[in-house]
Structure formats: structure tokens, C-alpha cells
Design a protein around this ligand. Structure first.
Ligand code: FE2
Length: 414
């Protein structure tokens, strides 16, 4: 396949990309716009922007499309969400989980996502959701690379056999060890749970992704424990702290001290802008805190940070589409990432930074020799993408077209 008339990020002009055996063999500058041809081996980008695929580094696919079952979350709090999920979890079946997860992954594909990390609740003696998601991971591998996090929703030390279930999940094939220290019964349990997560990751050679400080409590400081452990063990690049909502509330003197450790640890962060701006601040009078972690400050300190959807229609978040550009739009507003250069750089939050978090950079990016994974957007520049949130017209993986979309045309009648 040859892709012609493509625009690339951070490179001026038009480009032609030759794909052989599913990889980019040659990426060369093109003198001028070449005329259309009907050759099926040629994909004419017509001057549109070609990017590496979007990355969704944090979603709960076992929970998608369960909003309203058995009832809707009326308070909008994370705690009512957990209570509702507790009830819905009892009715999970293997097919139920698979059907909903695959539906969401196909919807994500329509938005240009090809890399997904999903948390899966393993505080269930039957591990129904995990067993189903392990099958899903295999069944969808032609169109998406799916990583699974063994996520102890109800705690490791605060749930009966929590640690054993977590370890069993790793033996069954989960890619990452999860945790939820701020939700454990006590601070001491929380600290101990982080140490257990890290030890399991080292024992089974897995990645770590911890739901960390997702609470409107500036005293919730498990992030420092996660970072210190990651630094001590020298595994920071394999460790991700998700949400880190409380970091929004830390006083600036403490945050300054903390950032030194975060830089030393070299770990990754995932923020979930729509989810947390919806869930957080629910106990606040006015003014209400926004509840999204310090994305801009992490970027400024060259600490790897990416953003994610977290939920599509589940007990925590009643809507959602799986479109990373919707997250990006929300993020740059809430976190005030709207200086011109900042905006252009913010595309990293849904592309390269997510790939780094998922540790898939060896197979990610528009570079000669790498797998021909890319998307084509209905936009001519990164600024267009930020401003217009355009549709993804085409998604290609290993040189094979996975999805094509025809943009909506507006016909003015006045
Ligand atoms: Fe989450």
C-alpha cells in the first residue's frame, strides 16, 4: 500500500508513505499534491493529517453499558457508583461481559483507538469478568492491543481473600497489577497494599497501574508511597498512577516536594478529565473543586502523563463515547492547557504519552521500520484537531484498513 498526500505532525509539507509487509518501509517528502487515482493499492489522504493511532490507557471494559442497572447513580458520587456496581457485579456472566466489552472496543475503533488498557474488577471469588476479558483480549487482537489490569475494586486487604484473588489473576494472564490504596479501610492498609502490588509486579514481571488517591481528600497521600516504592525498586517506567485526584488539592509546598520524587521515580500518570470533573467536588460547597490532577504541571516537569475515558455508561459515569478527542477537549479546558504551544503539545496526551504508559513504543509511531499503524483525521493540522475535534476517517493497523468513515457534509440552504 502507498499512502500519498498525507500531512504529518511536526513535519511541513506533504508526505508519501510506502507500506510493505505491514510496516512503514519508506516515508518521503512529496513535491506537490498528486492527482486522484482509483488504484486500490493507493490511499489518497487528500492533504489530511495522519497520526499514530489514539491510545486509551484507562477504561473499565467490564463495567461499560451498565448504567441504570439496577438503578442510576443519582448523587453522582464515586461512592454511590461503587455501591451500585456491587449489586450489578452479582449478575455478571461470561457472555454479558464479553458482549459489552467488544461493543465498546468496536466503538473505540471508530474513534481511531488501537491501544487500550482496561482495568478489570478482580474482587470477585469467581473472577468472572477477568476470565471473560482474557478471551476478549485474544478475540480482538487483530484490531486492538488490549492490556488487562487486575483491579481490586474493593481493596486488597479490605476484601476477603483480596490478595489471593489478585495473585490468581496474574497467574491467569493479567498484564498489570492494580490497587486502590485510598479505598482500603485504613491508611496503614493502603500503604501495605501498595507494597504488596509492587512485590507482585516484581514476582510475576508485570506492569503496575494503581487507582491512586481518587478522593476529594488532600490528606490522601498514597502517591508518595507509590513513587517511593517505584523509585526504590527501580521500576518507575513500569508504574502508572491513575486519577491522582487528591494531588489537585495538595498545598503547593507539599506538591513542590512531591514533584522531586515523581521526577526521580520516572513513573507515568493517567488523568480522567470527564470522569473526575463529574465525580469530584460532590461534597463541596461553592466554590467546588475540579478534581482533575495537575496535568499541565506534570507536562511542564516532563513527567509522562496521558488522559483517558475511564467509563462508558457505567455506575460512575452515565454517558461517554470512547472518543479520546472528547477527553482532550475537556482536559485542556479544565487544566488550562490553552497557550498555543501547549495546545499543540497536548495531542501527546492521547497519543505518544499513552503509548509510553502502555510500554508499546517499539510498535508505535510514524517511523520507517515500525508497524504501519495509523489514523487519518478530517483535519489538516494539529490545531485543526484541537479546535474542531474532527472524525477519524480511516484506521489502519499493520497495513490493513480496519475502519473507514465518511464525514458528514453540511448543505447550506440559505
Ligand atoms: Fe478508573
Amino acid at each position: 500500500m502507498i499512502v500519498k498526500n498525507a500531512r504529518l505532525r511536526n513535519r511541513a509539507g506533504l508526505w508519501q508513505l510506502r507500506i510493505v509487509n505491514g510496516r512503514f518501509e519508506q516515508i518521503a517528502e512529496q513535491a506537490a499534491l498528486q492527482p486522484n487515482t482509483n488504484d486500490p493499492a493507493i490511499l489518497d489522504a487528500e492533504g489530511k493529517l495522519l497520526l499514530p493511532p489514539f491510545v486509551e490507557p484507562h477504561i473499565h471494559l467490564d463495567c461499560v453499558y451498565t448504567a441504570g442497572e439496577p438503578s442510576w447513580n443519582q448523587s453522582g458520587t464515586l461512592f454511590e457508583g461503587i455501591a451500585l456496581w456491587e449489586k450489578r457485579k452479582k449478575t455478571l456472566t461470561h457472555e454479558d461481559v464479553k458482549t459489552r466489552a467488544i461493543k465498546a472496543l468496536r466503538q473505540q475503533l471508530s474513534y481511531g483507538v488501537q491501544f487500550v488498557r482496561s482495568h478489570v474488577d478482580v474482587t470477585d471469588p469467581t473472577l468472572t469478568a477477568l476470565r471473560a476479558m482474557l478471551e476478549v483480549r485474544k478475540e480482538v487482537r487483530d484490531f486492538v492491543e488490549l492490556q488487562l489490569v487486575a483491579f481490586p475494586q474493593d481493596g486488597i486487604l479490605s476484601f476477603e481473600n483480596g490478595e489471593q484473588l489478585l495473585e490468581e489473576s496474574l497467574k491467569l494472564g493479567a498484564d498489570c497489577v492494580g490497587g486502590i490504596p485510598h479505598y482500603e479501610f485504613t491508611r496503614e492498609y493502603g500503604v501495605e497494599s501498595v507494597k504488596k502490588v509492587m512485590a507482585l509486579a516484581c514476582k510475576y514481571d508485570k506492569l503496575v497501574d494503581i487507582h491512586c488517591d481518587e478522593i476529594d481528600d488532600g490528606q490522601s497521600r498514597f502517591l508518595e508511597t507509590v513513587a517511593a516504592e517505584a523509585f526504590r525498586l527501580g521500576i518507575g517506567e513500569r508504574v502508572t498512577a491513575s486519577h491522582t485526584v487528591a494531588m489537585h488539592y495538595y498545598n503547593n509546598a507539599y506538591a513542590y516536594k512531591l514533584f522531586r520524587l515523581l521526577k526521580l521515580a520516572g513513573m507515568n500518570f493517567v488523568a480522567c478529565p470527564t470522569e473526575n470533573v463529574h465525580l469530584q467536588g460532590r461534597f463541596d460547597p461553592f466554590p467546588k473543586r475540579r478534581g482533575v490532577t495537575r496535568v499541565k504541571e506534570l507536562m511542564e516537569n516532563d513527567i509522562n502523563v496521558c488522559i483517558a475515558q475511564d467509563s462508558i455508561m457505567d455506575p460512575w459515569y452515565p454517558i461517554g463515547t470512547g472518543n479520546p478527542l472528547r477527553e482532550l477537549d475537556m482536559c485542556i479546558h479544565i487544566c488550562q492547557i490553552m497557550g498555543y504551544d501547549e495546545m499543540l503539545r497536548s495531542l501527546d496526551l492521547v497519543t505518544d504519552n499513552g503509548a509510553k504508559t502502555m510500554r508499546v513504543t517499539d510498535r508505535y509511531g510514524i517511523e520507517e521500520g515500525k508497524p504501519a499503524n495509523f489514523i487519518l483525521l478530517d483535519a489538516e493540522s494539529p490545531f485543526d484537531v484541537i479546535k474542531n475535534l474532527p472524525p477519524v476517517l480511516c484506521s489502519v493497523r499493520n497495513g490493513k484498513v480496519l475502519m473507514k468513515k465518511t464525514p458528514v457534509k453540511t448543505e447550506y440552504c440559505v
